[in-house]
Design a protein around this ligand. Structure first.
Ligand SMILES: NC(=O)c1ccc[n+]([C@@H]2O[C@H](COP(=O)([O-])OP(=O)(O)OC[C@H]3O[C@@H](n4cnc5c(N)ncnc54)[C@H](OP(=O)(O)O)[C@@H]3O)[C@@H](O)[C@H]2O)c1
Length: 294
């Protein structure tokens, strides 16, 4: 298959390209600057539709990072990179006569907001808050492609686990020094997924024609923040961790990121992936961390 990917300079994009090429697929890199290689095509601020000749599917991974202080400028970048970007891509694809028939867009479990112990499937309604509204709007921005007959899937990624980036890479040095932290009371659910399973799940959605709409890309066994910290400390063979109060967590991450990400409870399950026969290489956190940290 010839698959076009946005956000290729990013962490998930790089891992996905490596995986797709290893599976024998051809990859077209969609870029937001003047293309300077044969496999690059411009997609933003306007999609170069001629450059997509022969492409069957598009995976859209662009998104401004959500960590850091949420100033007005940062909020706008978080929203525009997701909502505006998806609009440009979906509009362009919808207008093509012989264009790609499949569009997979990155979304996130932030769609659900802070939901306590509720088990969240793909049919659960969206939550409240800034991130939840951005992800809902970004998913809606792809509707035009859906109406034009493309198969559109929204990949609601959990917190991706890899030693090369993301939350785990950030936590590791502290846990290794025996200074691992638990945030707040630690009762909030963490919906995690390993990086190898993320790229395998994207491949699965690409090659499963019956899969469309929201797809929770999370491991089948979410854990609480306290369990996460316990398991990571155990795998590293380090002593017990510290507990950050809610107030200290807010001071450390900023109130918005603390309330909407670090302290928010999201207990999402991958109903659509399991229904369509996807098997997780890392269904349990302890086994995943042992393999990733080996
Ligand atoms: N990593 C996780 O744990 C996680 C969890 C849930 C959801 N996700 C979602 O998955 C997607 C990919 O994540 P990632 O970890 O690979 O992110 P990343 O490493 O930060 O890369 C995202 C890519 O988005 C583009 N980008 C960044 N800021 C932008 C801006 N302000 N305007 C336009 N484009 C911008 C860049 O693409 P180019 O320069 O290549 O065009 C960048 O390489 C994102 O949408 C993210 O929200 C990730």
């Amino acid at each position: 298959m010839n698959i076009a990917v946005t956000g290729t300079s990013g962490w998930l994009g790089s891992a996905l390209i490596e995986h797709l090429r290893a599976q024998g697929h051809q990859v077209t890199r969609l870029v937001q600057r003047r293309p300077d290689a044969d496999d690059e095509v411009l997609w933003y601020p306007e999609l170069d539709t001629a450059g997509l000749a022969g492409v069957q599917a598009v995976v859209h991974l662009v998104g401004e990072r959500v960590y850091g202080k949420w100033t007005e400028h940062h909020r706008e970048a978080i929203r525009e990179s997701r909502v505006g970007g998806t609009q440009v891509l979906a509009d362009g694809l919808a207008k093509m006569e012989d264009g790609p028939r499949t569009l997979l867009c990155a979304s996130a479990i932030g769609y659900f907001g802070d939901r306590g112990d509720e088990v969240l499937t793909e049919t659960s309604p969206p939550g409240k808050g800034f991130l939840a509204s951005v992800h809902r709007e970004a998913e809606e921005a792809a509707d035009i492609a859906d109406r034009a007959g493309l198969r559109v899937a929204h990949l609601r990624f959990g917190i991706v686990q890899s030693t090369e980036g993301g939350a785990l890479a950030w936590l590791l040095p502290q846990f290794r020094r025996g200074l691992g932290i638990r945030a707040g009371a630690g009762h909030q659910y963490v919906s995690w997924v390993s990086l190898p399973d993320v790229v395998r799940a994207i491949d699965h959605v690409l090659t499963t024609p019956t899969l469309a709409g929201p797809v929770n890309v999370v491991a089948p066994h979410p854990v609480t923040n306290r369990e996460y910290a316990d398991i990571l400390a155990k795998v590293l063979g380090r002593p017990r961790f510290l507990a950050l109060t809610r107030g200290l967590t807010r001071r450390m991450f900023g109130t918005d990121v603390a309330d909407e990400i670090v302290l928010a409870s999201v207990r999402a399950v991958p109903e659509q992936l399991l229904r369509t026969g996807f098997t997780f290489r890392h269904p349990s956190l302890e086994a995943a961390l042992r393999e990733l940290l080996d």
